[in-house]
Design a protein around this ligand. Structure first.
Ligand code: FES
Length: 293
């Protein structure tokens, strides 16, 4: 039995839904401001925010644990624990935002990940308290205990990202598999005005939207969690025609796939379009967000 098989068992443990689902509902109840949610997901930087912040927090804790092994470094170790506790606040906020838009198996692992991290933080509060009372050895012991639990939590976080693809870009492959040359995608006359429809270009599925004479196409798979974008709806954001994902409401600009609202942080794959003899032709843009001419 490989150790990470046990994490798969966590993902299948439906009993965890008794805690995971109410936690998700609570986050969704609290996190109603879309601009704040976008920042917490990482939309402005085009990358999930939680793993970046987690480096600052967990890195501080690991560094403190190492310093505790070195004579006369207990004060800087205490300072690092303070930094770790402070940065844990936005780290947790970003993590809960991502959690609220995850699927059930991810949420089961996510709730155990959160429980481990909360336990770790409680341990570091005890550690810091002991240090402030001058009990540096006791503080170091609390710190190492907290680090042990936190390491298990970090392993679960890695599993969420790399194995369960929470936060991963689910549209990354389009520039590699989409046709580089103009490829037929059906008759213009078959495209309803203002409605997304699924089409195939070569072996690749795309979503095509015609608005009057304008035709735009994106990769069919949502970068957030692979929802079929042709089931979404056309909307308008700041004067730009966009497509809203049917599962968690990410909004992508039709012109270039840019993320206007999360939880997605990676752009949808744009497929530049042209019309020849009443037929739509598409080819993949070589780099998402930069439409080819
Ligand atoms: S699959 Fe989640 S926003 Fe599209």
């Amino acid at each position: 039995m490989r150790p990470f098989d046990d994490i798969d068992r966590i993902a299948r443990a439906e009993a965890l839904d008794r805690v995971a689902a109410p936690a998700r509902d609570l986050v969704n109840k609290v996190l109603t401001d879309r601009r704040i949610a976008d920042v917490l997901h990482g939309v402005p930087i085009g990358h999930p925010l939680h793993p970046i912040l987690a480096q600052a927090s967990f890195g501080s804790f690991v560094s403190a644990g190492l310093l505790d092994l070195v004579p006369r470094t207990r004060r800087p170790a205490a300072a690092l624990i303070g930094v770790g506790l402070l940065t844990a606040v936005p780290t947790a906020a970003a993590g809960w935002a991502d959690y609220s838009q995850a699927h059930e198996e991810q949420q089961r692992v996510g709730i155990v990940h959160a429980a481990a991290n909360i336990t770790m933080l409680a341990g570091y509060v005890m550690s810091l308290g002991a240090r402030l009372r001058g009990r540096s050895t006791r503080g170091a012991l609390w710190g190492w205990a907290a680090l042990t639990v936190g390491s298990a939590g970090a392993a679960l976080g890695g599993h969420l990202s790399y194995h369960q693809a929470l936060g991963a870009n689910h549209a990354e492959d389009y520039p590699h598999i989409g046709p580089e040359d103009w490829t037929d995608a059906g008759a213009v006359a078959d495209l309803p005005d203002g409605e997304p429809v699924e089409r195939r270009v070569g072996e690749v599925r795309v979503v095509v939207v015609r608005r009057g004479d304008e035709i735009r196409a994106l990769g069919q798979r949502c970068p957030h969690a692979s929802a079929p974008l042709s089931d979404g709806k056309v909307t308008d954001v700041d004067g730009d025609a966009c497509l809203e994902c049917p599962w968690h409401g990410s909004v992508f600009r039709l012109d270039d796939g840019r993320v206007m609202h999360g939880p997605a942080t990676a752009p949808a794959a744009p497929f530049p379009a042209r019309v020849r003899d009443g037929r739509v032709e598409l080819r993949v843009a070589t780099w998402p967000g930069v439409p080819a001419g």
